[in-house]
Design a protein around this ligand. Structure first.
Ligand code: EPZ
Length: 422
């Protein structure tokens, strides 16, 4: 997985998008599945891993823990039979928030684990209190010291946990940990995201006994051991959503193959209401946008199956070019409007009401400018804004976009966009 050092995109806006594209494997399914591979001493093969920075960082973390990890084409082969460490690498833990769910697998395997307090990121403080309280409910001892947290599971017992927020990461941590914890563990108010379901499907293939994945109550009966498997995670619904919104913004007509349309129901409903023509047949989704768009008036994000927070920035950009007012409520994270000031440099008219609500007053055209990606999904949304802005837009810090998109510029170029990495 070679990564380019060039950290900018230059986009000459105005092209419509046409063509057929296959969506990459999901980042948010692949990462917890890579973590769960530590639950067996057998070899695990994760197929079609996305070529993204977060997967590269997770490979580095697993190697530093003593696992043998190799990539054959895009298949990631993990042999953790000689795991030798229980402490997640400090620097990598700070740079990648999702290293937190290694807790569940390391604790299950080694009975102790330690990691640096994961860094917050630009979209929010990203506390881990729900993770810590859930582990404590199962009898795990937790000690916080300076910037590190130490966990010990010698006296852990199965039990039931109610999450105050249906946290994806906390659900994934407990599901991993309880898979080999003797007895019955129940998680109430569990996250229902497709990526949580995919992790549970991976664990069940390894021999775990998990019921209710995808509902708010997940029940796990711990088993003695889990076996190595080959597994292909689901496709990335956020990347799929990004491409659909890109076409809604630019106009044109694209086909997306191999994606699970059900995982983007809310987005598809909204884009149809806004005036896109959408056809779904044999798992292929076709979206065309030939006429002017209508406003959806208000959009609120929420926990799955509500509208996903990870697609909020893209809908914000789309609303910027709809000739009407749109109110956007971000209900999951407390700082997911970083992109607003960058969009204003491109002529967008957006008022921040508070850190959960913005009011968009659509304009006829966005204007090219030099802008900065400040977080993963906001960065991808600035690219979408550049696709439709008149002139040459430069997006900086595209390494943030590379965290979750497998060469976004190549995907868009294949659909007719005038974009290149410089
Ligand atoms: C996962 O993050 C995803 N990341 C995020 O995608 C996604 O936005 C998020 O779920 C919500 O769907 C991965 O799967 C790697 P949460 P996670 O715990 O697990 C608060 C992307 O762009 N909270 O469900 O960290 C938290 O602050 C990323 O791909 C606590 O208060 O999200 C947030 O407000 C961004 N205490 C809310 O819950 C905790 O202990 C939901 O967070 C944990 C979370």
């Amino acid at each position: 997985m070679s990564y380019k050092k060039k950290d900018k995109f230059i986009i000459n806006g105005g092209n419509k998008l046409y063509g057929t594209i296959t969506v990459q494997t999901s980042k948010n399914a692949t990462l917890p599945i890579m973590s769960a591979s530590l639950l067996t001493t057998d070899i695990v093969k994760i197929k079609s891993c996305p070529d993204i920075l977060d997967v590269q960082n997770m490979i580095k973390i697993l190697k530093k823990l003593g696992a043998n990890v190799k990539l054959e084409n895009c298949d990631c082969i993990i042999d953790s039979s000689k795991l030798k460490d229980i402490c997640v690498d400090y620097k990598l833990c700070k740079t990648m928030r999702s290293s937190i769910f290694l807790l569940g697998s390391i604790l299950a395997r080694c009975k102790s684990a330690s990691l640096a307090m994961p860094g917050g990121c630009n979209i929010g403080k990203r506390p881990i209190d729900i993770h810590i309280n859930a582990f404590k409910r199962l009898g795990v001892k937790v000690v916080e010291l300076n910037d590190f947290i130490f966990f010990n599971a010698d006296s852990a017992k199965a039990g039931h946990i109610r999450l105050k927020i249906p946290s994806v990461g906390a659900t994934e941590n407990i599901v991993q940990f309880a898979s080999t914890l003797k007895g019955k563990t129940e998680i109430f108010n569990a996250a229902r995201e497709p990526e949580v379901v995919d992790l549970c499907n991976f664990l069940k293939k390894m021999g775990a006994k998990i019921y209710g994945a995808g509902t708010s109550k997940i029940t796990i009966f711990g088993v003695d051991r889990l076996k190595g498997v080959e597994y292909k995670p689901i496709t990335d619904r956020i990347v799929m959503g990004t491409l659909l919104v890109a076409t809604a913004i630019c106009g044109g007509s694209i086909q997306i193959c191999g994606a699970n349309v059900n995982q983007n129901k809310k987005l598809i409903e909204i884009l149809s209401r806004m005036g896109c023509q959408i056809n779904i047949k044999n798992g292929i989704i076709n979206l065309s946008r030939d006429y002017s768009l209508k406003s959806i008036k208000t959009l609120s994000t929420g926990y799955y199956p509500k509208f996903p927070t990870d697609l909020q920035s893209m809908l914000l950009v789309l609303s910027c070019i709809v000739n009407d007012i749109t109110i956007i409520n971000e209900k999951v994270f407390e700082n997911r409007f970083l992109i607003v000031n960058e969009l204003k440099k491109m002529g967008a008219k957006i008022d921040i009401i508070n850190n959960h609500t913005v009011r968009v007053n659509g304009v006829k055209n966005l204007v090219a400018n030099k802008v900065k990606a400040l977080d993963l999904r906001g960065g991808a949304s600035l690219v979408l804004a550049g696709l439709v802005a008149k002139g040459n837009t430069v997006v900086e810090n595209v390494h943030l976009i590379d965290r979750g998109y497998c060469h976004l510029e190549d995907m868009l170029k294949s659909l007719g966009a005038d974009i290149k990495r410089i």
